[in-house]
Design a binder for this molecule. Structure first.
Ligand code: PHE
Length: 340
């Protein structure tokens, strides 16, 4: 019996050395320890063993059974782990995407021009503020001296959301918003989209960009406005660009001015870009109306200020000779890619 046991254990070891799948381990287990397994069969001989030898034999068989199970299990666990690892390796999903590195985006021409303008204004002591594109009628109109029945509301056909909330028609909504938050003296600018009921054509879109500048301090005068605007325009449009200040009207400024610049495409001769005028209107400005200061909690006997507002789309349109205003808002990559 003892020899037979050793023989079976040796067979088990030899077979395990040749095996390389966990399924084969299971087969070997059945062969050795299953119902009709080699060791199980030996237990059946116990009946024939003499009573003196029974205990020792029993122990020997049980030890052999445990030893066989231990050897098979340890190889089986080892192979199962290896098999799992291999399976995971095969199932691995590559989540990376091979990007075409040449496809780097570009800045929108409006962003490029705005960054240039922001640098000029920062250099002159203006800091940037922001105002909402959807605003109360109060900020867009009333607090800049445009009461409900004022005729100038017709100048700016507005897109209302409710009876007192609208898409802002001008960045001048940042005037009362700035005065509400900041104590004078201050010098700020804001930039963003404004909206008016307009049919789309080559020069009109229902959304366009404006840039607003506001300066409030003791003794700010029209001379400061003229000086600062001339400087901004020289730096922005080029030293040689001719500009012209003329009297105008806005409900929130008194006196008011508009500034025309010589067309930089035809140099004043008249072309399609300036619709034959040789010049084009680039901004509205003026001394902030004392009533506006007062309505917004600033004493007009102590403080004065100026404000200016640029329509901002025109500059990149002229610089890059963009014939159609619509493309500025479509965000078509084929258009934007050209401004790298
Ligand atoms: N908000 C005016 C417009 O949209 C421009 C402007 C701004 C005029 C500031 C004067 C002062 O036409």
């Amino acid at each position: 019996m003892k020899e037979r046991i050793e023989e079976i254990l040796k067979y088990t070891t030899d077979t395990l050395n040749k095996i390389d799948t966990s399924a084969e381990c299971q087969n070997l287990r059945v062969e050795i320890l299953g119902k009709n397994g080699k060791i199980t069969q030996l237990f059946r001989f116990m009946k024939e063993v003499s009573p003196e030898e029974k205990q020792a034999m029993g122990q020997l068989l049980n030890t052999a059974k445990q030893e066989a199970e231990r050897m098979i299990s340890s190889k089986e666990v080892f192979l199962q782990n290896a098999e799992l690892e291999e399976k995971l390796m095969k199932e691995k999903i590559d989540v990376t995407l091979d990007l075409n590195q040449e496809e780097v985006g570009a800045l929108h021409p409006i962003s490029i021009d705005f960054m240039r303008m922001a640098e000029i204004l920062n250099g002159m002591g203006f800091s940037q503020i922001d105002g909402p594109e959807i605003d109360y009628d109060k900020y867009n109109f009333e607090l800049v001296n445009v009461p409900k029945d004022h005729p100038s509301r017709d100048m700016q056909d507005s897109l209302y959301i409710t009876s007192d909330i609208l898409l802002r028609t001008q960045t001048s909504n940042t005037q009362p918003r700035a005065m509400e938050k900041i104590k004078p003296p201050f010098k700020v600018f804001s930039f963003g989209r404004v909206f008016r009921k307009d049919e789309i054509d080559a020069t009109h879109t229902p959304a366009f960009y404006q840039l607003e500048g506001i300066y409030i301090d003791k003794k700010v005068s029209l001379a400061d406005l003229k000086h600062d605007l001339s400087l901004i325009l020289k730096k922005y449009l080029g030293e040689s660009t001719k500009t012209k200040f003329r009297a105008s009207y806005f409900p929130f400024t008194e006196p008011s001015v508009e500034v025309d610049a010589e067309c930089n495409v035809c140099k004043g001769k008249g072309c399609s870009a300036c619709k034959g005028a040789g010049q084009y209107e680039i901004l509205g400005a003026g001394m902030i109306h004392p009533r506006v200061l007062e309505m917004n909690g600033i004493d007009p006997n102590v403080y004065s200020g100026y404000a200016f507002g640029f329509g901002f789309d025109r500059f990149p349109k002229m610089r890059y000779k963009i014939p159609n205003a619509k493309v500025m808002f479509e965000n078509d990559v084929r258009f934007i890619k050209q401004f790298k």
